[in-house]
Write a protein that binds this ligand. Structure first.
Ligand SMILES: Cc1ncc(COP(=O)(O)O)c(C=O)c1O
Length: 392
């Protein structure tokens, strides 16, 4: 079955009792039992719920593995993985670019518990090999990364990590299973902020953990119930609805991102464009090899001041200024002050995260409108500069 067909059919039969084409929202906390402990697979909705079960089935299918657990947020999913696999003294290796919330949970929650966080350039083979040792339990990567869309060679990362007995977690939020299949490249665990492209409509917060191996999945599944950060049946239903158009949406997002990257590159007010589809992008060749599309995100560094960035991002017509990404309605953000503000300024500078970086999440609007909106914003900055020169 092809990907688009699976998003609509996998794990989603019509409801047997009524024939309802789309399964209902099982909005229930509990289930009537025939005798104590004798039930039909569902006893309490924190433990299991038919709407959530359908969602987990389709997510597992799309990532090509048997196991999925849905969580109340991407970070709850991350927390379950970290809690399942890290014990004090264990080490985790992460790349330079990682979502600010991932950086925060590692440095503010797991490091104080005695875990060692090594943040290095995973693309630098010598630095990466040097960071791995017998205490390395996890290697955690995003690819493409948030916010600079850096691309890592997942197969090479997995081979090196596995040589040292470490597990590899891939955050596949930006690529989605449509464009990238981390398990086929050797990943042990995949995590998603379902909030983004999988949900796709900026109307829910949700996460998921996927695993191919039962033994690796079991502790995460246990924590899903034991710590209880589960999504509501309604949110699961919304994701099931969103997933049905994942392929259509992703193709549109990717086309829009490409058009925007091409429009921005070479613009005098744009210092650098980050989009894996550009041949000048350092990870372009790897992206071509391990992805089937370059994704829907574009970032760029403005050749200007932070005040100019603030003015630009605050006044776009179609790009709403907001946290998050991956919805049908375009969003943009200023990572230094928003998504990545939890990384201290000195650490951001050391990581090469510019304060003039702008991250764009083109939605499903028409590319002409999106490109025009961005170019108009840059033209306004240019005019403001020229007016200042005249006044001076
Ligand atoms: C790449 C990535 N992973 C994980 C998360 C966390 O997900 P959530 O916001 O659903 O908790 C985010 C949120 O922006 C993200 O961008």
């Amino acid at each position: 079955m092809e990907f688009a067909t699976r998003t609509i059919h996998a794990g989603q039969p019509s409801e047997p009792g009524t024939g309802s084409l789309i399964a209902p929202i099982f909005q229930t906390s509990t289930y009537e039992q025939d005798a104590p402990g004798c039930h039909r697979g569902f006893d309490y909705s924190r433990t299991n719920n038919p709407t959530r079960a359908r969602l987990e089935a389709v997510l597992a299918d799309l990532e090509g593995v048997p196991h999925a657990a849905a969580f109340a947020s991407g970070l709850a999913a991350e927390n379950a993985i970290l809690q399942a696999y890290l014990t004090p003294g264990d080490e985790i290796v992460i790349p330079q670019d990682v979502y600010g919330g991932t950086y925060r949970i590692l440095n503010k929650v797991f490091q104080p518990m005695g875990c060692v966080v090594r943040q290095i350039d995973i693309g630098d083979t010598a630095a990466f090999e040097g960071a791995l040792n017998s205490r390395t339990r996890l290697v955690w990567i995003e690819s493409p990364t948030n916010p600079r869309l850096l691309v890592y060679d997942i197969a090479a990362v997995c081979q090196a990590a596995h040589r040292h007995g470490a597990l590899v977690v891939v955050d596949n939020t930006f690529a989605t299973p449509l464009f990238q299949q981390p398990f086929a490249l050797g990943a042990d665990i995949v995590v998603h902020s379902v909030t983004k492209y999988l949900g796709g409509h900026s109307d829910l917060i949700q996460g998921a953990v996927l695993a191919k191996d039962e033994a690796l999945f079991e502790p995460v599944k246990f924590l899903q119930n034991a710590t209880g950060a589960v999504p509501s049946p309604f949110d699961c239903w919304l994701t099931l609805r969103g997933l049905k158009t994942l392929e259509l949406r992703m193709q549109r997002h990717a086309d829009n991102a490409e058009a925007i990257a091409e429009a921005l590159i070479g613009h005098p007010l744009v210092q650098r464009v980050y989009f894996p589809g550009l041949p000048t992008h350092p990870g372009h060749d790897i992206a071509r090899r391990q992805m089937t599309g370059f994704g829907g995100m574009v970032s760029f560094e403005l050749a200007g001041t932070v005040d100019e960035v603030v003015s630009f991002v605050s006044s776009r017509r179609f790009f709403a200024l907001g946290e998050s990404l991956g919805g049908v309605k375009s969003l943009l953000c200023h990572p230094a002050r928003m998504t990545h503000a939890s990384i201290p300024a000195e650490a951001r500078a050391a990581l090469g995260l510019s304060d003039t970086l702008v991250r764009l999440s083109p939605g499903c609007e028409h590319r002409k409108d999106l490109v025009a909106d961005l170019l108009e914003g840059l033209a306004t900055l240019q005019q403001a500069r020229e007016a200042q020169v005249v006044l001076a």
